[in-house]
Design a protein around this ligand. Structure first.
Ligand SMILES: Nc1ncnc2c1ncn2[C@@H]1O[C@H](COP(=O)(O)OP(=O)(O)OP(=O)(O)O)[C@@H](O)[C@H]1O
Length: 280
C-alpha cells in the first residue's frame, strides 16, 4: 500500500481537561494516485490527520508510511493546499509559484519555465505578472494549486481548498482539479464538509466520527469504464454519507446546544450539496 496510516492516535493539551483526544486509532490505506476525501463533523480531527501526513505534527501512537517509509517530518513529496490561498501579496503570481523552488538547485530561467507550465495547467497563463489582489478568489486558489504542483509532490494534501469560494467558481475548480489529477496522477487527500464535492471528486470517501475522530464508514465511488458516475449512484451515495454524518453532527450539536436541540428532525440543513457540519 502506498500511504498507510497505522493505528494513529493524537491528543492535544486542553486547559480544562488536561488533554483532549482528537484522533483515536486511525487505520487507513490509500493507493498511489488515488483521490480520497475525508468528511466529518467540525472538530473531529480531519485537519490534524492531514498535518500528521504532512509531517507538521507528530502522532502519539501509530505510524504513517509512504511507500514503506515512515513519515518523521515535512518533506517536498507532500504539499498542503489550504482554504486560504496564502499567496505573498508583494510577489507576482509567477514569483509566488516559483517561490518554493528557491531551495532547489535550478536556474531562475528553469524555475520560471516550470512555473509558466504550471500556470498554463491551471489556466492562469495571462496572469503571470499580476499581483494576488488583482485576481478573484478562484484564480488565487488556482495559483495556490500551481504553487503546490510545481514542487512535483507525490501527495497533494488539500484542506477544504474550495470552502471559501462561491458555488460557480467551485464547479469550475472541481473540473480543473480532476483534469490536473488525471494529468499528473498525483495522490490526493482532500478534506471537505461538502458531501456532493466529495462524491464528485473522489474515488474513496471516509466519514469520520465526532471527536475523538475515528473512521465511521468508508464509501467507494463506483464509476463506469469512461470514469463517469451515473446520477442515480451519486445521489444514492450522497444519501448514505449524509445518513452516516447526521448522527455525528447530532452529537456535536447536542454537546454545544443542549440535549433538547435536534439536528436530525430539522430539514433546513439536510441538503448534501451544502457544507455539512462546518458552521455548527
Ligand atoms: N495544535 C493544537 N493544539 C491544541 N488543540 C488543537 C490543536 N490542533 C487542533 N486542536 C484541536 O483538535 C480538535 C480537532 O481539530 P481539527 O482542526 O483537526 O478538526 P477538523 O475536523 O479539521 O475541524 P473543522 O472541520 O472545524 O476544520 C479541535 O478541538 C481543535 O481545537
Amino acid at each position: 500500500m502506498y500511504l498507510k496510516i497505522d493505528g494513529i492516535e493524537k491528543s492535544f493539551p486542553h486547559k480544562e481537561n488536561g488533554q483532549v483526544k482528537v484522533l483515536d486509532t486511525i487505520d487507513l490505506e490509500v493507493e498511489q494516485g488515488q483521490f480520497v476525501s475525508i468528511v466529518g463533523p467540525s472538530g473531529c480531527g480531519k485537519s490534524t490527520l492531514l498535518y500528521l501526513i504532512a509531517g507538521l505534527e507528530q502522532p502519539d501512537a501509530g505510524e504513517i508510511l509512504i511507500a514503506g517509509k515512515k513519515v518523521t517530518g515535512a518533506g517536498p513529496d507532500r504539499v498542503v493546499v489550504f482554504q486560504e490561498d496564502g499567496l505573498f501579496p508583494w510577489l507576482t503570481i509567477l514569483d509566488n509559484v516559483t517561490y518554493g523552488l528557491r531551495l532547489k538547485k535550478i536556474t531562475k530561467k528553469e524555475a520560471e519555465d516550470k512555473a509558466r507550465k504550471m500556470l498554463k495547467m491551471v489556466h492562469l497563463s495571462n496572469y503571470a505578472d499580476a499581483y494576488p489582489h488583482q485576481l478573484s478568489g478562484g484564480m488565487k486558489q488556482r495559483a495556490s494549486i500551481a504553487r503546490a504542483l510545481i514542487m512535483e509532490p507525490d501527495i497533494l494534501l488539500m484542506d477544504e481548498p474550495f470552502a471559501a469560494l462561491d458555488e460557480q467558481t467551485r464547479m469550475v475548480l472541481h473540473n480543473e482539479l480532476l483534469e490536473i489529477w488525471k494529468k499528473t496522477k498525483v495522490t490526493i487527500f482532500f478534506i471537505t464538509h461538502n458531501i456532493r464535492e466529495a462524491v464528485l471528486l473522489s474515488e474513496k470517501i471516509i466519514v469520520f466520527e465526532t471527536r475523538p475522530g475515528k473512521i465511521k464508514a468508508t464509501f467507494k465511488v463506483e464509476t463506469t469504464k469512461d470514469g463517469i458516475t451515473p446520477n442515480d449512484i451519486t445521489l444514492q451515495l450522497e444519501k448514505q454519507i449524509l445518513t452516516a454524518l447526521e448522527d455525528e453532527i447530532e452529537k456535536v450539536v447536542k454537546e454545544e446546544m443542549g440535549d433538547d436541540y435536534s439536528f436530525k428532525t430539522r430539514d433546513l440543513h439536510r441538503d448534501a450539496s451544502g457544507d455539512m457540519g462546518s458552521h455548527i
